[in-house]
Design a protein. Sequence first.
Length: 218
Amino acid sequence: MSSEPPREHEIDRTYGLIHVPVFQEAARTRVRRAVQATYEACGLRIVAWEDPDEAIKELEPISGITCNDNPELGPDEVFVVAEDEPWVAVMSRRWEWTPIGLNPLARDLSSKFELLVVTCVENKYVEYALWEGGRLQALTAIGPDVPDDLPEVPELDLDWFADKGALVDNDELRSYQHAPGRFLNLAGPGCDRAGHVDGFEAAPLADYQPSEYLIFRA
């Protein structure tokens, strides 16, 4: 598969998303349970719901995405949905956009799984961050306005995608890093939804199961 590489300005939206590769059966169930345990360990409770109207009563209006530099988890609303196998997407409303290398949900969830965080800031930069063992392990940030104070970790090795559904070789993957949507489709996870806000607006809550949309409150 080959095509013209994207132009650099194709970082055209702001969103954040955690991609978790899980090869075992019941992958989404395993990730959901880990997400719930992560929030509950911080003293939060999950709000049980069956009827979408019950869940909607718990939600605050969504009015765009703002950067959150809080290092601790707190009340949140989280999608956990299947992507292309073996990937599961985790989309947090509160931590959809965090500074590069700072994502409290990724930090805590990575104690159980290795995972890839993708954070895009429109017309500025895209972050590809590998987390494992509760620590940021590798990071590549690309764009015209990448912050100066990046964490001192190795760059993300594109070989990491080789056994996770990558459709093209590393050279072609590298040529698409400025266009995160296309990069992710070629690297393996797919990109049906881009972040929490997109996931919420792409379909009514009635289209999701309670196990796919988790609400955490103090």
